[in-house]
Design a protein around this ligand. Structure first.
Ligand SMILES: [Zn+2]
Length: 184
């Protein structure tokens, strides 16, 4: 866990002067330049976000973790293009979407809120322009995650969806896809 946080922090500090912290979900505390992250399995809404980002920017080949992390970084990096009033309005727009029951529609509308659109676009641009740097970061991070699994004798096998809560992970053929934060 320590090593994982260290790798993420080192990258974000050096490149964006952003601090990372463990959290239950991905989030940005824009005013503090802080990004929360997790290696837990993706929530359904989060999976929608990732699928959507991949569909919109098919030329980017990135793990869901990177889409999620750089989207949050994108919020911080694009924040100054909006006024406080605009951001407040965007938040209200997003809150109203909670009542939209259709998952795809909710996701589409969420993406259409300007600060969300710009955060994802920033993430795509950054990953496209810094492929080598991002690949190096991902390799280092993946190694730290695998090391964490090994030290904690965690299974690499696919687990049933309902087991995600208790077990840790799934790593698929293409590399690491599903993770879960342990207690240590
Ligand atoms: Zn967002």
């Amino acid at each position: 866990m320590e090593k994982i946080l260290k790798v993420v922090n080192k990258f974000l500090k050096k490149n964006f002067n952003i601090t990372a912290y463990w959290n239950e979900d991905f989030e940005a505390r824009v005013e503090n330049r802080e990004v929360g992250f997790t290696i837990a399995p993706l929530a359904e809404d989060t999976q929608f976000f990732v699928n959507d980002a991949i569909a919109r920017y098919p030329y980017i080949n990135a793990d869901p973790f990177l889409w999620l992390l750089f989207h949050e970084v994108g919020h911080i990096m694009t924040e100054n293009i909006w006024t406080a009033e605009e951001l407040k309005y965007f938040d209200a727009q997003k809150e109203s979407l909670a009542y939209t029951e259709d998952d795809q529609m909710r996701n589409d509308w969420y993406h259409a809120v300007p600060d969300e659109f710009m955060a994802t676009r920033w993430a795509a641009n950054y990953m496209a322009k810094n492929q080598k740097k991002v690949a190096k970061f991902w390799n280092e991070l993946k190694a730290a995650i695998v090391d964490f699994y090994e030290r904690n004798q965690l299974s690499y096998q696919e687990v049933e969806e309902e087991e995600w809560e208790d077990n840790l992970i799934m790593i698929d053929e293409e590399g690491i896809r599903w993770y879960r934060v342990g207690n240590n």
